[in-house]
Write a protein that binds this ligand. Structure first.
Ligand code: ZN
Length: 118
């Protein structure tokens, strides 16, 4: 199966603050830390704990990259060995519509296309 080409299902562009019923399994305390960026549509993690530009938080005793957490809860399980890549090139973003599952080499390719180093 070609995971690289898999499209992410449409998710209504409702500000997460007002749509806690939108997705089950994402706690209110996480939604409260997501800020909608109206221009880009990015959902910016503002939880404070960041690592290499990615938002982080703990959930049920496990440390999560928030982009991976939101992807898992809204889109589904991340296929074994794949990374979650940002189509919007904003590591802080957790909007699943801006995320896709891909390989490490996709990531390098993306970076090269955008003229930066991986
Ligand atoms: Zn984004």
């Amino acid at each position: 199966m070609d995971w690289e080409l898999r499209e992410i299902p449409y998710i209504p562009g409702v500000p997460p603050k007002y749509s806690e019923e939108l997705v089950e399994g994402i706690p209110r305390r996480f939604w409260d830390k997501v800020e909608m960026e109206p221009t880009t549509g990015c959902w910016l993690w503002s939880g404070g704990w960041m690592s290499e530009g990615y938002g982080k938080a703990s959930y049920q005793g496990k440390e999560w990259g928030m982009h991976r957490f939101f992807y898992t809860k809204i889109v589904g399980e991340i296929p074994e060995g794949l990374m979650i890549l940002h189509k919007c090139d904003t590591p802080q973003c957790v909007n699943p519509q801006h995320l896709r599952a891909g390989t490490q080499s996709d990531n390098m390719l993306d970076a090269r296309k955008k003229g930066r180093y991986a």
